[in-house]
Design a protein around this ligand. Structure first.
Ligand code: ADP
Length: 266
């Protein structure tokens, strides 16, 4: 039926002061959501007003990583997002019936409508930064984001493995078709600090982040920087499981220090 004119997305209006980052990866499990949440926490700790749209339909792990199981509430025609660690968050997972742990099977047009609702119907207030956790790969949602939020800058997360780097580069190359900017590449799980000496153990290989940055620089013809290399840290994983981002619980640990530095350079 006729839904009437669509509500405007505040972040897409000319002159919007909110910077929008879409966090992308080639495949799942590289730490895209952990990076999103910890960057958001670092920015919030630095005094910025930050929101997260968890658009990862397969993972939607952001609420758990922030320690909230709250659901959004409706006030008139707006959706009020839960707030955790001072971060406003909205997630596809919040719109599933309680107790339903089945995977969400959404087609492109439905995803696009959900994305529009997350951006236009949610009461975000005046945000300095909006981070969008995209599903892994080069799916429909990346195209929707590009169409609805052409000013969104892309952050590509990869592990150091060359095979992972190839798929990450493919995810980043969407920006070439959509004329979006790439803010940079983040290499996660870059190494494991040896518990007994100063050595860095390259558990997942080496060089993937730089490979992706170089490849995208060539493709786009503008410099795409490698923004940082985040080491493996058991406490980062524990923090994600417990809803307490490492950046807040142990800001001076090597992984959190690197995440805070990346947040500062953005
Ligand atoms: P993605 O969003 O790419 O699927 P996640 O952020 O869910 O990946 O991370 C996958 C798993 O790896 C999670 O259990 C997370 O806690 C863990 N993890 C991510 N980055 C690190 C890291 N630097 N050190 C240790 N564990 C990490």
């Amino acid at each position: 039926g006729d839904r009437g004119p669509e509500k405007e997305i505040p972040f897409a209006k000319p002159g919007s002061l909110t910077r929008v980052f879409a966090v992308a990866s080639g495949k799942g499990g590289v730490g895209k959501s952990s990076v999103t949440v910890n960057l958001a926490a670092a920015m919030t700790a630095g005094g910025l007003k930050v929101g997260i749209v968890d658009a990862d339909i397969y993972g939607h792990s952001v609420p758990r990583m922030l320690g909230t199981d709250e659901r959004p509430t409706k006030v008139e025609d707006m959706i009020m997002p839960p707030v955790a660690h001072d971060i406003k968050v909205i997630s596809v997972g919040m719109f599933k019936p309680p107790g339903n742990n089945h995977p969400v099977v959404w087609r492109g047009p439905m995803l696009d409508r959900a994305l529009h609702q997350f951006l236009a119907d949610v009461f975000w207030g005046d945000l300095d930064v909006l981070l969008m956790d995209l599903p892994p790969g080069t799916g429909d949602i990346a195209i929707s984001v590009a169409q609805r939020m052409p000013t969104a800058e892309i952050l590509v997360v990869t592990t150091p493995q060359q095979a992972a780097a190839e798929v990450a580069e493919r995810a980043g190359s969407i920006a070439f078709q959509t004329h979006q900017q790439i803010a940079g590449v983040i290499e996660n799980m870059a190494w494991l600090p040896c518990p007994h000496c100063d050595e860095r153990i390259p558990v997942f290989g080496e060089g993937g982040g730089q490979t992706v940055a170089d490849g995208l620089t060539r493709l786009l013809g503008t410099n795409v920087p490698l923004l940082g290399q985040i080491p493996l840290d058991l406490r980062l994983r524990e923090g994600s499981d417990n809803g307490k981002p490492l950046v807040l619980t142990d800001p001076d640990s090597p992984a959190a220090t690197e995440l805070r530095q990346i947040a500062n350079t953005l």
